[in-house]
Design a protein around this ligand. Structure first.
Ligand code: ATP
Ligand code: MG
Length: 338
């Protein structure tokens, strides 16, 4: 058997996971986990969640279990994947601090994802220092576990670039070859940045998401309020497909592409009402979400067991982290007593 590659990825506990996570990342993680080709680690990034939610610890606390339940519901299997909590691994903070000396402030300022997020979050002149440097902490996450493949959404591309740079700099500076440059695995075109109900990136933090745990009523209400085409007033009016969120979602989520093509033609010609179209989208999404919703409810019945699973995963992850940290300290010449 060839050696398994280390897979590392994660999510912030800032809310429940949404359908953007599902197609953009979770589905792929489950497939990779089950392929047997990887040694997967999945991290719940609570420390990172604090970088823009420091004053809302309750949200982070509550979301930890919600994210874990979402993982289990979609088929992440703790027997195959080490699921762990970032704050349970203090070595991550240590490595972050060493990495910070290997990157300039000017370089951090160039990160396009961070730039967009700073605008969206309305920090103005008061950007928390921890938020500004979170890509460095993300580089430490990947480096410490020697992550080789990192399946993530499109917004993470600049983080991976930064991670590779830092790892190269570290290895060069301390004349070692211990840290590995990771490779990003991105979803197929169009699935790496699913738009939210308002058209911007679907995010837990922006209140524009369809959650994996939404009930049928919640799902229908969200679909009902979706933006279609303001010029499509009467059923018989010809309608527009571009910029119409219902079609955007059908393109992403409906495997029956010929049916979608048929609906588009009918909509453009006139004669297909918004309600009918939305009901169809509801059926498509609900078929995907019902089994997830049901499995989630089963796991949610025993929250203690989920917490115990996280404790076990974190313990295992910490052992790996300590081994690498030892190598890092040795490379830096600060392992004075061993
Ligand atoms: P937050 O608003 O707190 O940043 P988020 O919804 O952006 O939450 P993250 O925890 O930051 O979620 O991201 C977890 C993973 O999911 C990352 O790999 C990210 O690229 C991916 N991801 C996030 N949002 C989307 C989306 N809309 N479409 C596809 N992938 C996404
Ligand atoms: Mg995010």
């Amino acid at each position: 058997m060839t050696e398994q590659k280390v897979l590392l990825t994660g999510d912030r506990p800032t809310g429940k996971l949404h359908i953007g996570h599902y197609v953009g990342s979770l589905k792929n993680r489950v497939a990779m986990q089950n392929s047997g080709e990887y040694n997967p680690y999945i991290m719940i990034a609570d420390k990172q969640a604090f970088t823009d939610n420091a004053r809302d610890p309750q949200k982070i606390h509550n979301s930890l279990l919600e994210v874990a339940l979402d993982y289990l519901a979609v088929g992440i299997d703790p027997q195959k994947t080490t699921i762990f909590v970032q704050s349970a691994i203090p070595e991550l903070s240590e490595l972050t601090e060493y990495f910070l000396n290997l990157v300039s402030i000017a370089r951090l300022q160039r990160n396009p994802t961070v730039k967009t997020e700073i605008q969206q979050k309305g920090f103005g002149e008061s950007i928390p220092a921890g938020f500004f440097i979170y890509p460095v902490s993300q580089a430490a996450d990947i480096a410490l576990f020697k992550g080789e493949v990192v399946p993530v959404g499109d917004d993470q591309e600049p983080m991976l670039e930064q991670t590779r740079e830092l790892i190269r700099t570290f290895n060069r500076t301390y004349d070692v070859d211990i840290l590995k440059e990771p490779q990003g695995i991105f979803p197929p075109k169009g699935q790496g940045r699913i738009p939210g109900l308002d058209g911007v990136k679907m995010s837990k933090s922006l209140g524009n998401a369809i959650y994996l745990s939404d009930s049928q009523d919640e799902l229908w209400n969200k679909i009902k309020s979706m933006y279609t085409d303001p010029t499509h007033v009467k059923v018989d009016d010809p309608g527009h497909v571009e910029g119409n969120m219902v079609f955007t979602y059908l393109d992403i989520f409906d495997p029956d592409t010929s049916k979608v093509a048929e609906l588009k033609a009918q909509y453009q010609q006139g004669g297909l009402g918004d309600m009918k179209l939305k009901k169809y989208l509801f059926e498509v999404l609900d078929a995907e979400l019902t089994p997830i919703r049901e499995r989630r409810a089963e796991f949610a019945a025993d929250r203690e067991a989920v917490l115990a699973m996280l404790a076990e995963g974190s313990k295992r992850a910490r052992q790996t982290a300590q081994t690498t940290m030892h190598e890092i300290r040795e490379a830096m010449g600060i392992e004075y007593w061993n």
